[in-house]
Design a protein around this ligand. Structure first.
Ligand SMILES: C[S@@+](CC[C@H](N)C(=O)[O-])C[C@H]1O[C@@H](n2cnc3c(N)ncnc32)[C@H](O)[C@@H]1O
Length: 397
């Protein structure tokens, strides 16, 4: 173990922990490296607050952080979700309680906005609502709690509950909606390369004072199983991601939901688009102060790491757990179906709201890169407002 690691960029304690694990166990899978970089208990990116060189602190998510998300851009996603949930509540026969589970809650902005708008347009639903926040980071749980208290005061306080993983929720315990925005893209992924008829896995090693990638045999039979299950076809020389964690997460979502709808919003593709030859190096990216890089070995623990979502695999994992996919559309079509145009009404085109909305609807940006997958369980197959404008044929997944 080298004593001077000051030439490596990132959180020194995290770098040390990763090097220790490599020297103890040998090269790590890329998934394990990503897991430690983002979720190491004491030093991972999402588990800690960013500390600037001048020792001031700041958030990771949002305009002042490394990347922004739809809820950080505008309350419009939360407001349209309330509209959609009101419709689902009616389809479920107005249950008490109606459970809304948000998974991967960031700064708590979506939750705060959702609760406020629900109070405004559907107080009867709010009175019956149990809002569960599933958040892995204890640090972010406290950020969420403060934000919700700031906007809601003590209103609805007793209806909120935090858990750190969906595994902690009891089977068949939810009648309502299970929602996530940009959660699945934050799961660790395995990276695999296909060369002359065989697969090798990307591993992370530490040599001559540097992190480096090397190739090794597949670390687990689950990777081959995943590829055959999801019909993943690599091209010669292609390196791409396999999303085991996403499948496991979806399995638990399906297990927990009794009656209701799963709404998953994220950037991603169908399986055939994901492994198309134009994505020869997969979709892995890092974000730091709104700049993009492909280098996981800089700013370790101080930059976000993400990959696009394979929605076909996610839908299939859900089906195996008893969910039916009832819709797959773009974020733009979803928002239009829920009436965003009428919601912003006659506001000034230069207003912050309209600017944010045009960002969310951008045809070559968030509006189409972001997709919405809708799955249902134990509920009559009725249409939903958000699926009024289908972007794809039904069998695209
Ligand atoms: C990219 S951020 C998105 C945050 C928020 N949904 C938004 O749109 O602003 C991902 C969030 O998911 C959380 N997270 C990651 N893995 C998780 C897991 N397995 N269970 C619950 N939360 C998780 C992270 O801590 C973080 O809050």
């Amino acid at each position: 173990m080298p004593s001077d690691l000051s030439h490596l960029s990132g959180n020194p304690k995290l770098i040390q922990a990763i090097i220790e694990e490599i020297s103890f166990k040998g090269p790590l899978t890329f998934a394990r490296f990503m897991e430690l970089a983002l979720y190491h208990e004491g030093h991972g990116y999402y588990m800690t607050q960013a500390i600037e060189h001048d020792q001031s602190s700041q958030e990771r998510i949002g305009w002042g952080g490394d990347f922004y998300t739809a809820p950080e851009l505008s309350p419009i996603l939360a407001k349209t979700l309330v509209r959609q949930v009101v419709e689902i509540d009616a389809q479920l026969g107005h249950p008490t309680p109606f459970v809304f589970v948000e998974m991967g809650c960031g700064n708590g902005t979506f939750a705060g906005d959702f609760l406020q708008y629900c109070e405004e347009i559907a107080p009867d639903l709010l009175a019956r609502l149990n809002y569960f926040l599933v958040e892995r980071s204890l640090y972010l749980q406290s950020v969420q709690e403060s934000y919700i208290r700031e906007v809601m005061g003590s209103r609805g306080e007793s209806q909120l509950r935090w858990v750190s993983s969906v595994e902690q929720l009891e089977g068949d315990s939810v009648t309502g909606v299970m929602f996530s925005n940009e959660l699945v893209d934050a799961f660790p992924v395995h990276r695999v390369r296909f060369n002359t008829d065989h697969f090798q896995e990307e591993l992370v090693d530490f040599e001559d004072g540097q992190f480096m990638k090397r190739l090794g045999p597949l670390s687990s039979p689950s990777l081959e199983k995943y590829m055959s299950q999801h019909g993943v076809g690599f091209h010669e020389g292609q390196t791409s991601e396999l999303h085991l964690a996403a499948g496991q997460w979806m399995f638990h979502v399906a297990r927990v939901l009794r009656h209701g709808i799963v709404i998953t919003v994220d950037y991603g593709h169908t399986g055939s688009d994901y492994y198309a030859s134009e994505r020869n190096n997969g979709t892995f990216l890092c974000y730091y102060r709104h700049t993009v890089s492909m280098n996981p070995f800089e700013r370790v623990g101080e930059q976000d790491m993400t990959t696009h979502v394979n929605f076909s695999a996610l839908a299939k994992a859900g089906e195996e757990g008893g969910l039916n996919s009832i819709g797959f559309t773009t974020l733009a079509n979803w928002l239009m179906g829920l009436g965003v145009e009428e919601m912003v009404g006659d506001q000034d085109p230069e207003s912050k709201e309209i600017q944010a909305l045009s960002q969310l609807l951008r045809p070559h940006g968030m509006g189409t890169t972001f997709k919405v997958l809708i799955q249902r369980k134990g509920l009559e197959p009725k249409s939903l407002q958000g699926l009024r404008y289908r972007a794809f044929f039904d069998d695209v997944l």
